[in-house]
Design a protein around this ligand. Structure first.
Ligand SMILES: O=c1ccn([C@H]2C[C@H](O)[C@@H](COP(=O)(O)OP(=O)(O)OP(=O)(O)O)O2)c(=O)[nH]1
Ligand SMILES: [Mg+2]
Length: 171
């Protein structure tokens, strides 16, 4: 038995916009539509309205994620992915899209599905300041310390290209 869904209050800012919908029963994200028709030139970004605002229960947040089809077919990404919608936010949900395709414009029509909203429970933490943190096996390693991709900060030795190639040869 799947767990019963959590009720989230939703208000249409645009009276005609279809409400966000899960395309399949097991989906994590409900698709968000834009209420605006808009063309984006290569490299251009825009803040697109979705026509809805929500009131999440306390202890929840919603995350605006990209759609993989738009990314793969058109090079559309979200500048701030994932966008965070706080439980107390009552404004219209907006989606900050960018056209990363170097050559082709992309056109959004009114009510196109442009992103997906994932609602999650989030922990509230108390930050407890200490002079020293407990040890861990990773310690301060990060930013490519385990290999498998290009070095980004020059601290792992070699130039970017050499570091990618040598890693592949080692596999
Ligand atoms: O993709 C997004 C990201 C955020 N928001 C809304 C909901 C969120 O609660 C609010 C603030 O977002 P965030 O905290 O990421 O932005 P900020 O730049 O820190 O603004 P603020 O100073 O208002 O917190 O903007 C969206 O509608 N879409
Ligand atoms: Mg903020």
């Amino acid at each position: 038995m799947p767990p019963s869904p959590v009720d989230v209050l939703i208000k249409r800012v645009d009276p005609d916009v279809p409400l966000p919908e899960y395309a399949h029963p097991g989906d994590a994200g409900a698709d968000l539509r834009t209420t605006e028709s808009r063309e984006l030139a290569p490299g251009e970004r825009a803040v697109l309205p979705t026509g809805v605002s929500i009131a999440l229960p306390e202890g929840y947040a919603a995350f605006v994620h990209p759609r993989s089809g738009l990314a793969a077919r058109c090079g559309v990404a979200l500048v701030n992915a994932p966008g965070t919608v706080d439980a107390g936010y009552r404004g219209e949900i907006k989606v900050i899209v960018v056209n990363l395709d170097p050559r082709e414009s992309v056109r959004f029509e009114r009510f196109d599905r442009i992103a997906q909203l994932v609602v999650q429970q989030v922990e509230k933490v108390r930050f407890q300041e200490v002079a020293e943190l407990p040890d861990s096996t990773r310690a301060a390693g990060g930013f490519g310390s385990t290999g498998g991709h290009a070095a980004v900060d020059g601290t792992t030795g070699g130039n970017r290209y050499a570091s990618v190639v040598s890693d592949r040869e080692g596999q």
